[in-house]
Write a protein that binds this ligand. Sequence first.
Ligand SMILES: C[S@@+](CC[C@H](N)C(=O)[O-])C[C@H]1O[C@@H](n2cnc3c(N)ncnc32)[C@H](O)[C@@H]1O
Length: 224
Amino acid sequence: MSAPSQPAISLPGFLFKPPQRIVDLGCGPGNSTAVLESRYPKAELVGMDSSPDMIRKAQSTLPHLDFTVEDLESYSPNSRVIKRLMETQPSGGVFAFQVPDNLDQPSHVSMRETAKNGPWAAKLETIGRDSFQSPREIYDALKPISSRVDVFHTSYYHALENHEAIVEWVKGTGLRPYLDPLDPQEKEAFLEDYLRRLKDAYPACVDGRVLLPYPRLFVVAVKN
Ligand SMILES: C[S@@+](CC[C@H](N)C(=O)[O-])C[C@H]1O[C@@H](n2cnc3c(N)ncnc32)[C@H](O)[C@@H]1O
């Protein structure tokens, strides 16, 4: 994550009014925090992330801002994270977030297919992420304490150089839990099989590049 991602640039565009105080939840190395700072230079801005490494990077890039290592989950062990975070808002406060919604994309379906159909199947049996809450679940969680809840999807289409670039794209995130338990030989065979599936699923474009659709779920809600 060396440059701000497009979703981090898009999300602030959906806030209803310039915020006075912003908490960048899951700020990573501070890319999104820097976007927020340049967009809202007058706002009080802090960043938090569960990864100490990310916070170290963010703090060294933006030494004038406050960053803390915290886990969103531990904010609310017994209730839904989203509702709990909304409850921390003052009346009229805006809670905005965006998350990847790509578990049904061929990039992720292919991972599961590769995992199920190789000699590593038993090792990888329990791997796989739960899907994020549905738009209705999110709406139902937020609406009782919000005056307005907007839920929408945006698909970003990334024109990547080739299919190998898709593998690199997901290696640090969705693919990692599948690769971690494998030994080097299995890893190589797994990646080969996965790449073959990607080539079937994503036909090349006119210039040889591969268009990777990346759907994201956006939520913007105002506390009542
Ligand atoms: C894809 S990065 C996004 C970074 C940055 N917001 C951006 O847009 O460039 C997601 C970040 O969320 C953090 N994260 C994941 N789960 C978290 C949790 N439960 N609590 C806090 N941060 C979390 C990760 O450490 C990672 O830095």
